[in-house]
Design a protein around this ligand. Structure first.
Ligand code: NAD
Length: 254
């Protein structure tokens, strides 16, 4: 079995113990990685800090990716404490409700820019901050959804947003491959998380996925975590640039 012993990983996007980021953080920790875990703001901190402490994370810090100063402070803290970084996990998305619930063609200009900034450009900002801390290579991952390539009812503007996220993943992978830094997009099937609760008729989406997935099962955050832990390992170093479905095979039948 691969090991992540000695690896340093930054995981952004834990809101609670149902978060995909929590599944990833737990799996990375189980394989021996040391963690930096972020929380969105003061309101989120009491939910995230105890989880991060459970994984003995030496760095627990605020991060609103809309705030450049916080990003600078976080990476300065990582550099000071660890010197280098091996793994970056970005499990963050945001879209204002009125834009998420409307038709794609009606999405507001500001809402489009905000969703793209928090859900896509923030990944680039984090990768570019991580790059100098990965002199011997590393792994960067984000989290996408199948609504990027197929029209999934009620996923609305997040479909095009995830399409952009997958595209930046490919370009970043091409640019950073020569430095030994791999870039991936994990693509789980629908999971009952807080972010997902903002999507209309999400229960129906989950039921359809479970029914049509060849395994007959929805993905879990542990499935995503196990996959992320493998991608973070040295053994996965020659894999990059892909969108990885973790969905019980729904993408071949859905
Ligand atoms: P979640 O609500 O647990 O996580 C979303 C995270 O985004 C939260 O921790 C939230 O604090 C963070 N976030 C939002 N705005 C932020 C900002 N400005 N700065 C920093 N963090 C911010 O839900 P989740 O489902 O675990 O979402 C994680 C990722 O997985 C998202 O990109 C989501 O689109 C993606 N995803 C979710 C599903 C699903 O069905 N739940 C499926 C595929 C992909």
């Amino acid at each position: 079995m691969f090991s992540l012993a000695g690896k340093k990983a930054l995981v952004a996007g834990v809101a609670n113990d149902q978060s995909i980021a929590w599944g990833c953080a737990s799996a990375l920790h189980a394989q021996g990685a040391e963690l930096a875990i972020t929380y969105l703001n003061e309101k989120a901190e009491p939910h995230v800090r105890p989880l991060a402490e459970r994984l003995d994370a030496p760095i627990i810090a605020p991060l609103d990716v809309g705030d450049d100063a916080q990003l600078d402070t976080l990476f300065a803290q990582i550099e000071e404490r660890w010197g280098t970084l091996d793994v970056l996990i970005h499990a963050i998305a945001f879209c204002a409700k009125e834009d998420l619930h409307g038709r794609v063609i009606d999405c507001s200009r500001d809402g489009f820019a905000l969703a793209m900034d928090i859900s896509v450009h923030s990944f680039l900002r984090m990768i570019s901050k991580a790059e100098p801390l990965m002199p011997d290579g590393g792994t960067c991952m984000t989290v996408t959804f199948y609504g990027s390539e197929k029209v999934v009812e009620h996923y609305n503007i997040m479909g095009p947003v995830k399409a952009a996220l997958e595209s930046v993943t490919r370009y970043a992978a091409a640019e950073l491959g020569p430095k030994g830094i791999s870039v991936h997009a994990l693509s789980p099937g629908p999971l009952a998380t807080r972010a997902a609760s903002g999507i209309g008729h999400f229960d129906e989406l989950m039921a359809r996925n479970a029914e049509r997935a060849p395994t007959g099962q929805l993905a879990t955050i542990d499935d995503v975590g196990a996959y992320a832990a493998f991608l973070a390992s040295a053994e996965a170093g020659n894999i990059t640039g892909a969108v990885h479905p973790i969905d019980g095979g729904y993408h071949i039948t859905g």
